[in-house]
Design a protein around this ligand. Sequence first.
Ligand SMILES: Cc1cc2nc3c(=O)[nH]c(=O)nc-3n(C[C@H](O)[C@H](O)[C@H](O)COP(=O)(O)O)c2cc1C
Length: 184
Amino acid sequence: MDALELLLSRVSMPALTEPGPTPEQYQTMVQAAYRAPDHAHLQPYRFLRVRGDRRYDLGKVILDVMLARDSDLAETQQRRLLQNPLRAPEILLPVLTPKEHPKVPEIEQVLSLGGAVNNILHAAHAMGIGAMWRTGLICYEPALAQGLGLSGDERLYGFIYLGTPVGKNKPVARVKAEDFLSDW
Ligand SMILES: Cc1cc2nc3c(=O)[nH]c(=O)nc-3n(C[C@H](O)[C@H](O)[C@H](O)COP(=O)(O)O)c2cc1C
């Protein structure tokens, strides 16, 4: 796909089914991630992959965290939390692994992670893989990081759902440059 056409046509794909990406496609997506701008080349993030039955385990971890916050959670909400990871065959969890650096504050490392996720979304799109980046407030719960086995200073920045798109892409919303661009 032409590079500009790729950038201008990516959309999030909420409805995803089997199969997930191949090992070769993961190579490409992860390599694309680490081509994002990265001040001082700190590589301040890593990715956890959740697929197959591990998605049920992820659902249970999420439910436990939410129940610890609110033990009266309605049955329907509990079921929804358990089932959320089943929305796609595979999920990539971007994890910030912040590094101490005199010239690179943590915000720059978070920005770099955002660029890396964006590269994954575009690489997926280029290969016909559907993808959607979600967070939800649960994402920032320290108990969830703990339940996932992250180390003390690591933080979760969402869930990238990956799979084969179901149905047609939604129409692309395109802005007018002049609405967001002005001379200073
Ligand atoms: C950091 C981040 C977190 C997001 N979390 C959610 C989410 O939890 N639920 C959701 O429906 N969309 C979420 N979105 C938005 C979708 O990923 C998507 O960008 C949005 O639905 C617009 O669709 P588009 O990507 O096709 O333009 C998030 C986006 C970002 C950048």
